[in-house]
Design a binder for this molecule. Structure first.
Ligand code: GDD
Ligand code: MN
Length: 364
């Protein structure tokens, strides 16, 4: 088979009923273009990958990457692009919210300008819009404000860095691929911020349509991951989104500890006991939050959930000792309690994170 001129990467999670529809539309739009379509499915419980396989029997242009024990839109897209056979790769959602007919305009832009690296489907440029029913008013406003903030903080030129619809030169993408974060929802923002000014960007407006079947996977967690992405970019990628989420959970633990210690003081009025109760409550809430936020795709359940809790208590208790030891060591020659305490906390956090990633939330 000749190399296709375009690879279309479609990440999926619970999109069974959209597969036939998107394939039909792409067949129509790309009838004169040699192309391949790569679905990247994270073992959707609704049987999306089975549905894709049904279509694969009839067409050699359709491919499937089936990932087990992993979740995450960004990682799925990166793997899809890696697997692509052509020099140009389009990324689009499976739920028909992106306008597939724009793929032809994107291709045309690439053929008229060889220096181009990426064409972004934008909701916020001339002729771009969001269908009235696609987003609630709140999400639309949230999306606009977030877009503005992201553009400013990460110094991105695109009008829609949070878009999930774009066509990119595979070679350009691969250059920054090892710096991209696999956790999270917003691969485009990460890619644009990572590649900086070195790439040539063009935009095409499109109407972001309403999702007809299935549900959006955007959640509170997605928002936290986006904050993680921004902070990680600010630290120039030296800390992962996962570590930032772990630290955010850790901060929330301080409040839990103060709250519970305060309550216990009101009730029993004995300091060491109240403080112990506060610490145990904070470790427990940290554990459950990390289980749903930081390590969502390795989430522990039933018996493992209890075993994990005790390994987390153990790791954090040792972490507290390391915290005290490092802080005291620093205090020995700096005599600055604030800096010493902060350094101790950092060592403790790194210890807790590393050990709990290895022992509590083992990757499969
Ligand atoms: N493999 C995989 N793994 N696919 C996923 C995952 C995942 O963890 N989460 C979501 N997807 C797939 C969905 O099945 C869908 O095809 C696509 O990624 C987008 O997910 P939606 O749940 O439909 O997201 P949305 O509509 O709320 O937001 C989308 O559109 C926005 C505007 O263009 C996303 O593409 C956003 O990134 C984008 O900003
Ligand atoms: Mn969608």
């Amino acid at each position: 088979m000749n190399k296709p001129s375009l690879s279309v990467v479609i990440p999926t999670f619970n999109e069974k009923d959209n597969i036939s529809k998107i394939l039909e539309r792409l067949k129509e739009t790309l009838k004169d273009i040699t192309h391949e379509i790569i679905f990247v499915d994270d073992n959707s419980p609704d049987g999306t990958s089975k549905e894709v396989q049904n279509f694969m029997r009839a067409s050699s242009q359709i491919h499937l990457i089936h990932r087990i024990g992993r979740r995450g839109l960004a990682g799925a897209i990166i793997e899809g692009i890696f697997a692509a056979n052509s020099e140009l790769v389009a990324v689009m959602d499976c739920d028909l919210q992106h306008d597939e007919t724009k793929l032809l305009d994107m291709l045309n832009l690439f053929s008229s300008d060889i220096s181009l690296d990426i064409v972004i489907g934008s909701r916020f440029t001339e002729s771009g819009e969001i269908s009235e029913k696609a987003f609630s008013k709140i999400r639309e406003l949230g999306s606009k404000i977030t877009t503005l903030l992201i553009k400013k903080i990460l110094n991105i030129k695109s009008s829609d860095p949070l878009s999930g619809f774009f066509m990119v030169k595979k070679e350009t993408f691969l250059k920054s691929s090892d710096k991209l974060q696999t956790q999270g929802f917003k691969i485009l923002a990460d890619f644009l911020a990572t590649s900086g000014k070195s790439i040539e960007i063009r935009e095409i407006g499109y109407k972001f349509k309403n999702r007809i079947v299935g549900e959006s996977k955007m959640s509170f967690l997605t928002v936290l991951e986006l904050i993680g992405l921004v902070l990680s970019q600010i630290f120039q990628g030296r800390v992962s989104i996962r570590f930032i989420l772990f630290c955010m959970v850790g901060l929330s633990g301080i409040f839990v500890q103060l709250l519970i210690t305060g309550f216990a003081m009101l009730l029993i009025n004995q300091f060491p006991t109240s403080q112990t109760l506060g610490i145990v409550a904070a470790m427990t809430s940290n554990y459950f939050l990390n289980n749903t936020i930081t390590f969502q795709e390795r989430k522990l359940r039933s018996f493992d959930l209890i075993r994990g809790l005790f390994s987390f208590y153990l790791i954090c208790s040792l972490g507290a000792l390391i915290n005290i030891a490092t802080a005291s060591y620093f205090f020995g020659f700096s005599s600055n309690w604030l800096i010493s305490s902060f350094v101790g906390a950092c060592f403790g956090a790194v210890w807790n994170f590393t050990l709990s990633s290895i022992f509590t939330w083992k990757s499969k």
